[in-house]
Design a protein around this ligand. Structure first.
Ligand code: SF4
Length: 271
């Protein structure tokens, strides 16, 4: 019998945070508590997407007065869903405006998209009994072949150049999204030369770029990684390894804290 296994690119990051949290996400999904960090990223993404779609149709960005009005509308609608204000609402709004403006004036003029937020599903490997598929949704495919991704890091990490070079080197070594997206692009093109995936960090009005190149060796390593995850998914295990050392393992972040580690501390913090 053939088994199809679908791996979303974000599953690979979740696996790094804590394998058991990924098992629980697959088997007993719990909605994430919507917070102001997520809202900041989502609103900026939504506004960039609108401008990008305008560029694809009209060959130029949405006029600033129109998109600034839309940004305010997007904020108002999205803020209504925020359950956890990690930053005050007006501070979140200030960072959203600063990040979007930095992108509009400093990044958009250099770009022209050919695809925006298009979901892919590509085959990674097929054996007699198993197909492994990869899925994901790149933010932006530029006309020069670069895949681009917008990040809106936490305010405390937003000081320009503070640890930025170190962070960039770390991402170039470890980033998984770039490996998955460039692999998917190579499948779509059936062309296997190395490809670029650039992270654009919007940091409270400052722009930082992290260029990442991925090629055949990275894609073969990705296959090993996904094979291991597929084996784990298919294994008759009632629990996967618990990882306590990532930032994610605490009551604020892990959606399964109360039923996992937290149940031994009345659902509260362990420390
Ligand atoms: S509480 Fe910790 S160990 Fe349990 S699933 Fe969440 S991150 Fe993993």
């Amino acid at each position: 019998m053939m088994t199809d296994i679908y791996i979303h690119q974000s599953d690979l990051n979740q696996l790094e945070l804590c394998p058991e949290s990924l098992r629980l996400k697959y088997r007993e999904p719990v909605p994430e508590r919507y917070n102001s960090d997520l809202s900041r990223g989502n609103v900026v993404h939504a506004a960039i997407e609108e401008v990008g779609r305008h560029m694809m149709v009209h060959g130029e960005a949405t006029p600033i007065n129109i998109i600034e009005r839309r940004l305010e509308e997007l904020m108002e609608a999205d803020f209504a869903n925020v359950e956890w204000w990690k930053q005050k609402q007006d501070t979140t709004a200030k960072h959203i405006r600063a990040n979007f403006e930095a992108w509009y004036w400093g990044v958009a003029p250099e770009l022209m998209p050919i695809a925006i937020e298009e979901t892919f599903r590509v085959l990674l490997e097929e054996t007699e009994t198993r197909r492994i598929w990869l899925t994901g949704t790149p933010d932006w495919l530029n006309h020069d072949g670069r895949l681009l991704d917008w990040k809106n890091p936490k305010p405390k990490n937003m000081e320009p150049n503070k640890g930025f070079d170190m962070h960039a080197r770390e991402m170039q070594k470890t980033d998984l999204q770039s490996t998955v997206y460039t692999y998917a692009r190579s499948v779509e093109l059936d062309e296997w030369s190395p490809k670029r995936f650039d992270l654009c960090l919007l940091m409270n009005g400052e722009v930082g770029w992290i260029p990442i190149e991925r090629g055949p060796a990275d894609w073969e390593a990705l296959k090993d990684k996904c094979r291991a995850l597929a084996d784990l998914i298919q294994a008759p295990l009632s629990v996967w390894p618990h990882r306590w050392t990532s930032w994610y393992c605490n009551p604020d972040w892990c959606n399964h804290w109360a039923e996992c580690r937290g149940k031994h501390y009345d659902g509260g913090a362990a420390w």
